[in-house]
Design a protein around this ligand. Sequence first.
Ligand SMILES: [Zn+2]
Length: 244
Amino acid sequence: MKKSIVAMSLLLASSVSYATEHTAHWSYSGENGPGNWASLTPDFDACTGKNQTPVNLTGFIKADLKPLKFNYKVGDSQILNNGHTVQVVYDAGSDVVIDDDKFTLKQFHFHAPSENEIKGVSYPLEAHFVHADKDGNLAVVAVMFKEGKENPALAKLWSHMPSKEGDKIALSHTDNALDLFPQNHAYYRFNGSLTTPPCSEGVRWFVMKKPVFASKAQIEAFKHVMGHPNNRPLQQLNARVVME
Ligand SMILES: [Zn+2]
């Protein structure tokens, strides 16, 4: 599977969809797979950093974590398949307050199986809600999916599933991303990175403790469209702690 080289453009400067912006062809297996990302181009040097994501969330440190205040509105504008994931681009105007700073939801996308693990448990699907503040600092909120009953919010999105790499389908701005969240917003927090090249660090990670459900058919539909697992292998925690 050959992909063209995309013009150089650094994610953190632009705050748009990171999964589509990279400087060299990378993949989830083979020669251009995760173990070799850092050697593909100097732009991917961070992929061998000490604060990388995903991780196995474990060894929790009790902390005074404030509730996340989600101020999400309807805002799905497009669903696209970039060959690495299926991503929903989100309108401006939805945010979450973190560390007294406003982070705006830019896009969310999916990984199967999950990238992060919770206490050694892998999930069949994980969603990443990618936010940026006005200075381009990133915060990602992760939601795990467990196999079970059908997920109505996911069903609405999947009805527009972009089945081929490069497909982009306009959405009707009627869905609220919060419908994909568990009711209980308790979370784990750690410092990490983008899980795709350029693997930039300094990303604030929040993983919802409670999973939501997706049906076997919904999980299979995503896996079928991807045609390959799209999870980066676990990275070492090193000196980091996971707060709860
Ligand atoms: Zn992701």
